[in-house]
Design a protein around this ligand. Structure first.
Ligand code: DAH
Length: 340
C-alpha cells in the first residue's frame, strides 16, 4: 500500500508538471483528490490494514494529500498568471488607430436665420443690441405710447410677472432703452433680436418665439428710406426677384404705420395655396417712429425722425425653408433639425 501511495504521488506530480491550462488542472484534481479519485480510493481500502499499519499508512496518505494540495495551488497560480499575460497580449491596444469621432452638430434653423438677418443689416451699418426678456411694463408698453387701458394692449396677450413687470411681448422696448442711452445724439441705427413671450399656442403660435426689431433715427429720414431698406432686406433674404408692398396699418408707436408684404416666394407672385392666392405674404410691421416715442426718449421730434420695424424670426424661417408647422422648430426632432 505504501508503494501504491508513492506511485500515486509520483504520477500526480508528473501530471501537474505537464499541466498546460487551468482546465487540465481541474481534471487532475478530480482524478486524484476528488470523491472518486485515486488517493481517496486507496484511503477507502485502509479498513483491511492491520492495527499497526493503519496509523502509519494513514499519516503517509495525509502527508501526500496535503503536499499534493499545496503543489496544486502553486501550479494553479502560475497558470493563472500565464493566462492573464497571454490575454493582455491578445488585447493589446493599437494606439495608431483613429479615435472615435465626436459628432459636430450645426446651427438650428432659427439661429441660421437670425444670423442671416444680422448679417444683412450689419452690412447696412446697423449695430446689434439686446434687451432684457423680463421687462418693465414701462418699456414694454408705456414708452411705446401704449398707456394702461389702451386697447392696443389687447393685441398682445401678456404674461405678467407682477403689476409692473412682464415677459416682453415684443422686442420694441429695446427701442426705448437704446434711445435713452444715446439721446440726444444721432444717429440711432440698431437691430435687436431676441426672445419674446405671449399667451398663444397653436400651429402658427408659440408662447415663446423670436423677433428682430429695427430702429433708425437721424435727421431727414423719410418713408422712402424705410421702403428701400425693407426691399433690400427682402431681396437678400428671399431672392433678388422679390418685391415688397406696404399696406396701411396701426401701431401706437409709429405714425404712419405699415404692414409689409413680400411677393410670394413659392409661386413668384402668381397666387398659390401658401399665399392664399394673393401673391403676397406678410412678413413684418413697420412705420415712422411716433413723435411721442421720440419725445419720451429725449429727442426733439422737429429734428429727429426715423423708422422702425419688427419681424418674427420663426415666420421668416418658415417662409425661407418652407416649414408649415412652427412647432417643428421647437421639438428638436433630429430628423427635422438635420435638414438645414
Ligand atoms: N412690436 C410689433 C409686434 O410685435 C411689431 C412692430 C410693428 C415693431 C411696427 C415695430 C414697428 O418696430 O414699427 O407686433
Amino acid at each position: 500500500m505504501r508503494e501504491e501511495l508513492n506511485a500515486i504521488r509520483d504520477d500526480m506530480k508528473a501530471q501537474l508538471a505537464a499541466a498546460g491550462s487551468l482546465d487540465e488542472l481541474r481534471e487532475i484534481q478530480v482524478a486524484y483528490l476528488g470523491k472518486k479519485g485515486k488517493l481517496t480510493g486507496v484511503l477507502r481500502g485502509m479498513g483491511k490494514l492491520s492495527a499497526e499499519e493503519r496509523p502509519v499508512i494513514g499519516q503517509l496518505a495525509n502527508e501526500i494529500r496535503d503536499e499534493m494540495g499545496e503543489l496544486l495551488e502553486e501550479v494553479r497560480n502560475t497558470l493563472k498568471q500565464k493566462e492573464l499575460l497571454s490575454q493582455l497580449e491578445e488585447e493589446q491596444i493599437d494606439v495608431t488607430l483613429p479615435g472615435r469621432r465626436v459628432g459636430r452638430g450645426h446651427k438650428h434653423p432659427l439661429t441660421l436665420v437670425e444670423d442671416r438677418i444680422k448679417e444683412i443689416f450689419s452690412a447696412m451699418g446697423y449695430v446689434v443690441e439686446e434687451g432684457p426678456e423680463v421687462e418693465l411694463d414701462h418699456y414694454n408698453f408705456e414708452r411705446l405710447n401704449i398707456p394702461k387701458d389702451h386697447p392696443a394692449r389687447e393685441m398682445q396677450d401678456t404674461f405678467y410677472v407682477s403689476e409692473d413687470v412682464v415677459l416682453r411681448t415684443h422686442t420694441s422696448p429695446v427701442q426705448a432703452r437704446v434711445m435713452d442711452r444715446i439721446s440726444p445724439h444721432l444717429p440711432v441705427k440698431i437691430i435687436a433680436p431676441g426672445k419674446v413671450f405671449r399667451r398663444d399656442d397653436d400651429a402658427t403660435h408659440s408662447p415663446m418665439f423670436h423677433q428682430v426689431e429695427g430702429l433708425l433715427i437721424d435727421e431727414n429720414i423719410t418713408f422712402a428710406d424705410l421702403k428701400g431698406t425693407l426691399l433690400e432686406f427682402a431681396r437678400q433674404m428671399f431672392g433678388e426677384d422679390r418685391k415688397i408692398r406696404l399696406r396701411p396699418s396701426y401701431f401706437p408707436f409709429t405714425e404712419p404705420s405699415a404692414e409689409v408684404d413680400v411677393s410670394c416666394m413659392f409661386c413668384n407672385g402668381a397666387g398659390c395655396r401658401l399665399c392664399g392666392q394673393s401673391g403676397w405674404i406678410e412678413i413684418l410691421g413697420s412705420g415712422m417712429v411716433h413723435p411721442k416715442v421720440l419725445e419720451m426718449a429725449g429727442y426733439d421730434p422737429e429734428k429727429a425722425v426715423g423708422f422702425a420695424f419688427g419681424m418674427g424670426i420663426e415666420r421668416i424661417a418658415m417662409l425661407k425653408y418652407g416649414i408649415d408647422d412652427m412647432r417643428l422648430l421647437f421639438e428638436n426632432d433630429l430628423r427635422f433639425i438635420r435638414q438645414f
